[in-house]
Write a protein that binds this ligand. Structure first.
Ligand SMILES: NC(=O)c1ccc[n+]([C@@H]2O[C@H](COP(=O)([O-])OP(=O)(O)OC[C@H]3O[C@@H](n4cnc5c(N)ncnc54)[C@H](O)[C@@H]3O)[C@@H](O)[C@H]2O)c1
Length: 309
């Protein structure tokens, strides 16, 4: 199996690379990354039986028709991903993510390569009750989420021209990897807690639910799509569980009881509350296994190795 993995040095991609020999044995990865986030460390100590080729460059600048020859799948993780940090400068998102996705989608059609695209559950925005894939009234609250919607629509429109794809709305990732980042909720809280800083919680957010996705569930989902040729031009929520901020804070306090909680306002996050259903994917036979508590302990232990169980 030949797989192109864009953005493979990032938070999700670096874990996927570690796990590829186990979850997708006999596959070759063509890894594309522009090193814009400098995650050289993601290439350290990779499994000896991982077969991969590295291409350094921006997806949108590469001759993908050459690269995608004989490639069965393209997993497109390469993107600018800092939703909060780019809220005031939408160009940072749109000028990178849209052309990359368009260039890749066109090359996938030319080469009969199936495209797996990670969208985000943040496209739903504030919603009443439990929201699923049939929701038509999406309310993206940031340029990042806006751009995801535009990329989804672009991919659907290329579906009419022969593109085979799977659209996956991923929950916010928790869990450790070599290329992990600390700008999203669970990891940011773990960082603050381990550094002895108060956790900054968005005002009013303590008991609001949000969708999260464990990193191993994310990798196993990608393998599930490939192993089951699960390319039906459909849309799937990929969410381990919906948690409140209180759930996350209490899980950290099990290990760091002295943790302080400080309430702050954030321009894009303080309005968000939504509960996302993962039933559609479960009905297809996919099982979620990740556990918030053990992932938080693993993350805290990277920073405080002496923490007890
Ligand atoms: N991490 C999350 O919580 C989360 C949640 C939902 C969806 N997603 C989506 O999953 C994908 C991967 O997320 P992540 O957390 O691993 O991101 P990340 O920011 O950790 O990694 C992205 C990688 O892409 C590379 N990159 C950026 N632009 C590129 C380009 N034009 N060409 C080639 N490489 C490029 C970066 O150098 C980086 O290594 C993104 O599309 C993201 O929006 C992530």
């Amino acid at each position: 199996m030949n797989i192109v993995l864009t953005g493979g040095l990032g938070h999700i991609g670096s874990r996927f690379l570690e796990r590829t020999p186990e979850i997708l044995p006999n596959s070759h990865i063509t890894l594309i990354d522009d090193f814009s986030t400098q995650r050289y460390c993601s290439l350290f100590n990779l499994p000896k039986n991982l077969s991969y080729t590295l291409i350094e460059g921006r997806v949108q600048d590469l001759d993908l028709n050459e690269i995608l020859k004989d490639q069965d799948y393209a997993i497109h993780l390469g993107a600018t991903t800092d939703a909060a940090g780019t809220a005031k400068d939408p160009d940072l998102i749109f000028k990178n993510n849209l052309p990359a996705t368009e260039h890749l989608a066109k090359a996938c059609i030319q080469n009969n390569t199936a495209l797996i695209f990670p969208s985000s559950t943040s496209v739903y925005g504030v919603q009443e009750g439990v929201v699923d894939e049939t929701c038509e009234n999406v309310k993206p609250q940031s340029p990042y989420a806006d751009c995801k919607i535009q990329e989804e629509n672009l991919i659907r429109s290329y579906g009419n021209q022969g593109l085979n794809y799977c659209l996956a709305r991923l929950g916010t990732i928790f869990g450790t990897s070599k290329g992990m980042r600390f700008h999203t909720a669970v990891n940011k809280f773990c960082w603050q807690a381990a550094m002895g800083k108060p956790i900054s919680v968005w005002t009013t957010a303590m008991d609001q639910k949000r969708p999260y996705l464990g990193l191993d569930d994310a990798c196993e989902f990608l393998a599930f799509v490939i192993n089951n040729k699960f390319i039906d031009n459909g849309l799937y929520n990929v969410v381990t569980e919906n948690y409140t901020v209180r759930n996350v804070v209490e899980a950290i306090q099990e290990h760091i009881p002295s943790l302080n909680v400080e309430y702050v306002d954030s321009p894009i996050m303080n309005q968000l509350s939504y509960h996302v259903s993962n039933e559609k994917l479960k009905i297809q036979g996919f099982e979620f296994h990740d556990n918030l508590h053990s992932s938080i302990l693993e993350t805290l232990r990277l920073l405080k190795p002496n923490l007890k169980q």
